[in-house]
Write a protein that binds this ligand. Structure first.
Ligand code: ATP
Length: 347
């Protein structure tokens, strides 16, 4: 069993900067956990602490039932895949994959078996004699993964492994990584700032901000029920529309609690252009400011009435007064048109 448990983990860098402010996360055996958040939120720091590349200044990191705070990286039974692949340019693919095993003094026959098996899984069998420069970016990335796989570690750690690839290859490799992880069933922790990558890969999604965890859970559950306005605006593209609502409005239109000013979050896809107000829903008059036609869908950027002020800015949210509505790609209202949109679902 290789659960990874972080208990109140803290990191203060030399100089006093507190990069991780007490993080609790539990990754079950065989689960794929993704740490996501904006640049500087501390996700790489946290991953590097699990790897043992960074000291822990508070709390405990537990891998497979053993607290590893004081254990050397090489003795943690983990394998890490980096963003820059870190392949040896002068070595063949086979030797790149074999390198770590030879260092551990493994018998050549066993090394050969493991490398060939990993190469089959990664579809690299025909390329074992090539040098890294004779490979495409995606193939190099697979060699980097092969090097982790042959170790047969308890835990894989991925630090933005796809960020050097072009958009199309990123998507292809994302699918590959997911398939591979399902097949090998190895506990994995994966760092990315790309919320779409995070959503599609994670069993457990950890949304971080400012050295803290904002929300942990199943990606779709987080998408459906973001716990904070930060999560609401970070997960989903374009972001969720956030609006302040008057208490009486919440009461009459949504049936929610009536104390204080509420924040209403509505996803772009939950709006419809309609003159009707659905029972229990909300309706807004909008002036169309801009449209984006991306093929399967059209995004409408509308401005709201003056008196309908929004909440104070949170990172990534829309400018005051703007609402984004997603409609089918076959539709496109005119710029300047006055439309009315309504939504039933609200968070
Ligand atoms: P990115 O997506 O940009 O890589 P991140 O979420 O991975 O960001 P970290 O690299 O973990 O962020 O950095 C978290 C914070 O800690 C940042 O504010 C960074 O400036 C700071 N930091 C990182 N390394 C050090 C260091 N060695 N000394 C002091 N501060 C550091």
């Amino acid at each position: 069993m290789a659960n990874v448990t972080l208990r109140n983990v803290r990191k203060t860098y030399q100089g006093g900067f507190e990069a991780i402010k007490g993080v609790n996360v539990d990754v079950g055996d065989g689960q794929f956990c993704v740490l996501v958040g904006p640049s500087g939120c501390g996700k790489s720091t946290l991953l590097r602490m699990v790897a043992g590349l960074e000291t822990v200044t508070g709390g405990e990191i537990d891998i497979g039932g053993r607290v590893v705070n004081q254990v050397e990286p090489a003795d943690r039974d983990i394998a890490m895949v980096f963003q820059n692949y870190a392949l040896y340019p002068h070595m063949s693919v086979f030797n790149n994959m074999a390198y770590g095993l030879r260092n551990r003094g493994m018998a050549e026959a066993e090394i050969k078996t493991r490398v060939e098996q990993a190469a089959r899984v990664l579809e690299l069998s025909a390329m074992l004699e090539r040098k890294p420069r004779q490979l495409s970016g995606g193939q190099r990335q697979r060699v980097a993964m092969g090097r982790a796989i042959v170790r047969q570690p308890k835990v894989f750690l991925f630090d933005e492994p796809l960020s050097n690839l072009d958009a199309k290859l990123r998507i292809a490799m994302r699918v590959e990584i997911r398939k591979l992880q399902r097949r090998l069933n190895t506990t994995s922790i994966y760092v990315t700032h790309d919320q779409l990558e995070a959503m599609t890969l994670a069993d457990v999604l950890v949304v971080m901000n400012g050295g803290q965890v904002e929300q942990v859970g199943n990606p779709l559950a987080i998408y459906e029920k973001p716990a904070t306005t930060f999560v609401a605006s970070f997960i989903g593209a374009p972001p969720m529309n956030l609006m302040s609502t008057r208490p009486e409005e919440i009461k009459s239109q949504l049936g929610g609690s009536a104390d204080g000013v509420g924040i209403l979050g509505i996803r772009p896809e939950d709006f419809l252009i309609t003159d009707e107000t659905p029972a229990g829903g909300v309706a807004l008059p909008l002036t169309v400011e801009a449209i984006e036609r991306v093929g399967a869908e059209t995004f409408v950027y509308g401005s709201r009435e003056q008196d309908d002020q929004r909440v104070a800015a949170t990172p990534g949210e829309l400018p005051p007064g703007e609402v984004i509505v997603r409609i089918p790609g076959t539709e496109a209202p005119a710029i300047g048109a006055r439309i009315r949109v309504a939504a039933v679902r609200a968070k």
